[in-house]
Design a protein. Sequence first.
Length: 349
Amino acid sequence: MNKILKQVVGIDVAQKELVVYFGQLNAELGVEMKAYKTFANTLNGFGKLVTWAWKLKDPETAVRFVMEATGVYHESLAYFLDTEAQIVSVVLPNKIANYQKTLEIKTVTDKTAAETICRFGLERQLDSWKRPKKIFKMMMQLCRERDQIVVERTVSKNQLHAERSEAEPHQRSIFRAGERITLFDRQEKEVKAEVSDLVKSDETVDKLMTLLYSIPGVGPLTAATVLAETNGFELIKNKRQLTSYAGLDVKEKESGTSVRGVAKISKRGNKYLRKAMHLPALTAIRTDERFKTIYTRLVSRHGIKMKAVVAVQRKLLEMIYTVYSTQKPYDKNYLKNKELLKAENSTKN
């Protein structure tokens, strides 16, 4: 009998159902897609999925459950599998999409998506998913709630402006719009206070947050969002992986000499991280020499200010990871000290 090297359950997660493929990799590196089935995206469906997989698996080889990070729909399944001591991997959608392009799949369905995820798991060495620490999970919920409050408040402010600009404004409508804005202001204040209390309740997180505040533009909400969305950098191994996770990695299109597309960020990643970097980047450009230099150099090169701001966002996120990794505060005099050291060395020589 051919020895089984790997076993993977590839799961395409939708709001109401799980489309699943079970595959194996044998000693000759041959891939066998063994079975296909659909389950409900419910607690009962999760139990049936595990039972089904264990009936199919080779008893001498571990089985890994692989799924995409699809908003929040995959979370309940991931938590369930973790509780059941199963091996779980959660993969970014852009990785699956790029891998799918290498396969001869012309029609994309839930079934082919599950098969693609399964094959990806069999061919790649994947990290095991770890459930977020409770404090980071709560911080993420609060930061996302605050983000939604800000969005809804902006809509209400725009509505209020439109009402006031009409030829014959309706005073009760104006009053109610003002009440909604006041409500959103109060709710945002409450959420910020809850985030602050949560951070202070954990000494390690509190110290780390204080360390991140040394970076220009990074305040409590930015630091909390970055830590929450990365689970305290639990599975981040380097800066490149972090920028890819945030969707701030550069995507270029080039083929020979005839096709040269404009380089853009992929935006295939965590939108909350990208959004959290925008205002801090503008502050950093205005107040810090290092980021101001980066911005000025890029604008002088291509003249596109927004593109330069995005580059600073990426650099700022990388700086947050650097400060976290080294556990040393940001040195605002870094460039000045570097120039002084360079001058001293040239004098000695």
